[in-house]
Design a protein around this ligand. Sequence first.
Ligand code: ZN
Length: 573
Amino acid sequence: MAKPIRITAFVAVLSAAVFSQAQSPDSAVVDRIKEEGLKHSQVMQTLSYLSDVIGPRLTGSPSLKRANEWTRDTMSKWGLQNAHLEAWGPFGRGWQLDRFSAQVIEPQAIPLIAYPKAWSPSVGRANNAEVVLVDAADEKELMKLKGTLKGKIVLSGGDKPVPARFTSQGTRYTDEELAAMTEPEAPRPRRNPGGPAGPAGANAGQRNNQMQNFRAQAALAAARLRFFMDEGVVAVLDGSRGDDGTIFVQSASVPPAPTPKTAVPATTNGDAAATAPMPRPTSVWDKSAPKTLPQITVSAEHYNRMVRMIKQGVKLKMSLDLKASFFNQDLMAYNTVAEIPGTDLKDQVVMVGGHMDSWHSGTGATDNGAGVAVAMEAARIIKALDLHPRRTIRVALWSGEEQGLFGSRAYVTEHLGSYPPPAPGAPMNFGGGPQANRGPLTKKAEWDKVSVYFNLDNGTGKIRGVYLQGNDKVGPIFADWLKPFHDMGATTVTIRNTGSTDHVSFDAVGVPGFQFIQDVIEYDSRTHHSNQDVYDRIQADDMKQASVIMASFLYNAAMRDEMLPRKPLNSGN
Ligand SMILES: [Zn+2]
């Protein structure tokens, strides 16, 4: 921190005026950024290559590695320097779908909209397998089926409601909604690990019930999978949420490891087992993950028809073909990093990024090819205009975001700082709230060199403003930077936090990390983690708008005299 300088009141007033002038965005440069980014944009071309040509980019997969290399080479071609891959990990094994089809063949042909969950093992060909419905409410009911499921394909769970829609699937924020966002957030109940956030105002009793319910559901799901495996089931199918043939697909599950005998004392009456912390499940991507069953998600409409036919007493037979490859040789994963070197303040860094990894049933256009393409485009615009930022601008494209912000966390740990690891069994903190307050922060070389990290990971929607993550000192600065974009719909600065993506990794160690407010468009209803996460659902004009705002924010942050102000580190650090 610079030494405070004593000055007279008069000089202070004068220099404040000069200072604020010098700090305001250079409007001629912003105009040039708009010209380049709106009229000569390459953002959709970048996104098309990433999503259409390279395709889905599951963490650990060969196509993610290809995306790492392609983004590195593309940014080098644009004139960025020091473009390279940074390994982190070990993450675990990669997975790739080689071949898949599923259809009912008896009593009539019903080709299914379906997709295997990531890291599902191969089935080979199951040509005439009987399809059975298992909708057991508890383990006791499940056990009644013992010895009946060998060689069968199981529909696990009942039908999924498909309510009609009476409102548009795509939405943009109204002025009223944006205005409401500038109010401080009402306190929210703690999020259950892995479960949905409880309703605002839920009391401790309700939360306890939710937690018990969640645990009971998780325990039943685990018991079900273990039972199906023991039975010798061919594959397990479930119905997706969503409609219009949209399916939402993430990772396959692995059966839990058998509870070690020492976990429950021999004298216990069983209560200890009920209150013991749930063991952290093994991840399906772990190299030593236990064997599991092929798991396939089917669109609600097709799944429901099969359920209804079986309930009508019809015998269904299915032809299933699933081949997948696992990659065990390189267990590391990679981030792509590239820079525009700064001038007089080149040791200081302004960062921008998005995550390159995606789920596998779409092409990762929304989540988060869009953010990657915008980060790259922002850097391309600055380079194309031959602007010479004072600070170094660094693009970082993450991996492992979908599995737990792993790539950005590893980067922050390596370059900026870290806290002692969490206690075993502690829930992961994906929230945008307080820093991980669990002991002293160990700072690394760049902790006081990185001014800011900007992230974009809410899909295709244009930027409507920015979340301050509780950092009120940057409020007036960002408000000023947004002014040239008011006529493009970006007006709102909110003190609120937003979480669940890579800026959290920076915020957690006290380095300013921000995520923009974006129009939702079809993020929740259709594209996020679904087979409809594809290029066609990306809005080109929104992407261009986001790119010019991102370029302008990067440039302004790189040019201002001071680094951006920080929040105080949590007490207790
Ligand atoms: Zn995601």
